[in-house]
Design a protein around this ligand. Structure first.
Ligand code: WTA
Length: 665
């Protein structure tokens, strides 16, 4: 991190209280990376002027803007209105009929894409498969018939608990084809979590596999499902994919082998014309707090939004090999492994296993082997790569890469710089994409041929997206100040509700700032109109009357050469309000008092006395959700000496918590 003043205002003066809802900024980042000229010359949106023109057009009349793009979907029947908006309920393209499975598959028939590779798949043990659009279409049609034969119809919920295999995408697209609603549950969740979700959604059918490969071991998915189904009375039948060949229990009359059902299925299954607002899927999320909620996405608006954002943000071209490392169990996988890329006719790489199997160079080996051109991953993975060491990267030829992306958390500027230099060879733009399960697709990000990047900033909103930063009373904060991030206008990819809980939907997203969608994140916008996400609203630290964001303190720590990653939380303190407690994972150096002092001095030097950590705890790992987000809520409890409370079903590794409590410091 550099200390030259950026466009973000001066450092905060201690003792000066600020208005409620505002958050101080203490971070200064002035590095600016324009899109490489060669990249911009070929890009779909190749200049700031082109971006501005699109943005202004969309802002002036969002409905007209989206209406113009909607022609890119296939319509069995034309829609009547682009947007019907009765806050908080939106209908996009009401009156029309389309089908997401059709848009991902059939739409490519009679085009050169039909025999192009849609999916390249590599299993963790190294097995490899490729499916063209024509082949994928055939599999999806057959499985859609399997679903029908098992009694699944329009509106039925299908629960999917599967490894990262082509069949997972096939199952989703088969549901979409007949108007069934899929609920994909990440294949690392417990039986309890599956049963809860099955119950909440009244799921009718379960799809799973005998097992899955993870770091060379078999995960017994079917055993977990057996336990879950004992507590899922609405689920009557279960389809089981043979993946590992493990011995599993098959309950007669309930459980069926995927391959046996497919052997007898007809490949003829036309896509059902579905109303635009037909539910497409439910995806449970708890973020890092609270009871999981079933986020509901519907057909036409979502489909259009993920197609267009995929094309714009990843600047997709037909010759690209696109690799999004997210598991399909998360929204990133739904939108940018399945629906976005396939509607755009892309070739997608899918990998089943862990990044460190058989060793820490697996991802780089995959990029080299398949000549991946676009690589989209999470900051938590990037921090792990940094910790594992550059020698794993250096062994491989990454020259095929032309574009890099990140999603899921803020990226610390020093991790951004490593990604830029080491993986991007200073040639690839980086798209830091801010969005949420609820938003359906990417909302704010640099368009790679148009918008110069600043490490740590997701830069600007996409066309059609109208953000603002406000106080709890809904007033816009002064430029440069942090506050609550809201959206002031509906967009096609937005969630349509929480499954079965309209009251919670209204309360959580639409009531705190009347008339606006509340994202739940803090952000600020600098003098260049660049957005900086400052972390979740609930995670703000209140130090001596100043509200500080977690990411800024963490980024200061990560800019120290000894630190691989860091989490900052508040610990109640009688004098300061919150004392600053930080948990630090080292990549080098010895934990101890000397390093603690050094890190405190480093933060003082980087951002000022106000943010200097009172507690520094060294730990081997941070508690994370299974999608890789740091669970600050749990760390807060540990920092303040409380036993952890609340929902921990998304926690990746309980042993991390036990360790944090046990060998604190
Ligand atoms: C955080 C993932 C900073 C944010 C697609 C958001 C980010 C939550 C970024 C949604 C980013 C995601 N910079 N923070 N580029 N991307 N977040 O639902 O707090 O798993 O609200 O969706 O992740 O997480 P979710």
């Amino acid at each position: 991190m550099t200390n030259a003043p950026g466009g973000s205002g001066g450092p905060v003066a201690p003792g000066q209280p600020i208005a409620p809802g505002q958050i101080d900024t203490v971070m200064h980042e002035s590095r600016l990376f324009p899109p490489p000229a060669e990249f911009a010359a070929k890009a779909r949106i190749g200049s700031m002027a082109a971006y501005r023109a699109m943005y202004d057009e969309a802002k002036a009349d969002p409905a007209a803007f989206w209406g113009k793009l909607a022609g890119e979907l296939h319509w069995f029947e034309p829609y009547k209105d682009v947007l019907r908006w009765k806050e908080p309920f939106a209908e996009w393209f009401a009156g029309g009929k389309t089908n997401a499975s059709y848009n991902c598959l059939d739409a490519h028939a009679n085009t050169p894409r039909w025999n192009k590779t849609a999916l390249i798949w590599e299993g963790e043990p190294g097995d490899e498969r490729r499916l063209t659009y024509a082949e994928l279409h055939r599999e999806v049609c057959k499985f859609a018939n399997v679903l029908k034969n098992l009694g699944v119809g329009q509106g039925d919920v299908v629960s999917i608990y599967m490894p990262m295999t082509p069949e997972l995408a096939i199952a989703m697209l088969a549901c979409a084809r007949i108007g069934a609603v899929h609920s994909v549950i990440f294949a690392g969740f417990s039986a309890e979590a599956i049963a809860d979700r099955n119950h909440d959604a009244s799921a009718k059918l379960q799809i799973t596999a005998d097992g899955s490969w993870r770091r060379g071991k078999q995960l017994p998915l079917k055993d977990t499902v057996d336990e879950a189904l004992a507590k899922s009375p609405t689920v009557r039948k279960c389809v089981v994919l043979k993946r590992t060949g493990a011995n599993v229990n098959m309950t007669a009359g309930r459980d069926y082998w995927w391959h046996e059902l497919m052997d007898n299925a007809s490949p003829d299954c036309p896509a059902t014309p579905l109303d635009s607002e037909t539910p497409l899927y439910i995806l449970y999320t708890s973020g890092s707090t609270g009871k999981p909620k079933g986020i509901k996405h519907t057909t036409a608006g979502y489909n259009l939004y993920v197609k267009k954002t995929f094309e714009w943000v990843f600047d997709h071209r037909d010759e690209d090999i696109f690799w999004c490392t997210a598991d399909i169990g998360w929204v990133t996988g739904h939108s940018y492994v399945v629906y976005g890329p396939l509607s755009a006719g892309a070739t997608v790489l899918m990998y089943e296993g862990a990044p460190n199997f058989p060793d820490e160079s697996r991802f780089w080996q995959l990029i080299e082997k398949y000549r991946v051109t676009i690589f989209y991953t999470a900051p938590t993975a990037i921090r792990a790569f940094i910790k594992w060491g550059d020698h794993h990267v250096d062994k491989h030829d990454l020259s095929s890469l032309r574009l890099l992306g990140t999603v899921g958390e803020g990226i610390n500027p020093e991790a951004w710089m490593w990604y830029h230099r080491k993986i991007g060879r200073e040639k690839c733009p980086i798209v830091d994409t801010w969005w949420q399960t609820e938003t359906g697709g990417i909302m704010m990000t640099p368009l790679p041929g148009a918008i110069p990047t600043k490490p740590g900033s997701c830069t600007k909103p996409l066309p059609g997206i109208l953000p603002a930063i406000v106080t709890p009373s809904g007033r816009e904060v002064p430029q440069g100040q942090g506050g609550w991030l809201v959206m002031t206008h509906p967009w096609p990819g937005m969630l349509r509700g929480i499954w079965g809980d309209d009251a919670r939907f209204k309360e959580q997203y639409w009531s705190k700032v009347p008339g606006k969608y509340l994202a739940g994140d803090n952000a600020r916008c600098d003098a260049d109109g660049y957005y900086w996400i400052m972390g979740r609203i609930d995670d703000v630290l209140n130090v001596s009357g100043h509200r500080l964001s977690t990411i800024e303190i963490e980024s200061a720590l990560v800019s120290h050469p000894a630190v691989a990653e860091a989490a900052a939380v508040g610990r109640p303190d009688e004098i300061k309000g919150d004392a600053v407690a930080v948990f630090v994972v080292l990549k080098q150096g010895e934990p101890g008092d000397a390093l603690k002092k050094e890190l405190q001095n480093h933060v003082r030097h980087e951002i000022g006395a106000l943010a200097v950590p009172d507690d520094v705890r060294f730990t081997g790992a941070l508690p994370k959700t299974r999608s890789g987000k740091i669970m600050r809520r749990l760390l807060k409890d540990i920092a303040s000496g409380k036993a952890e409370t609340g929902d921990t079903t998304t926690l990746e590794d309980f042993s991390v918590l036990a360790k944090l409590r046990g060998d604190e410091e």
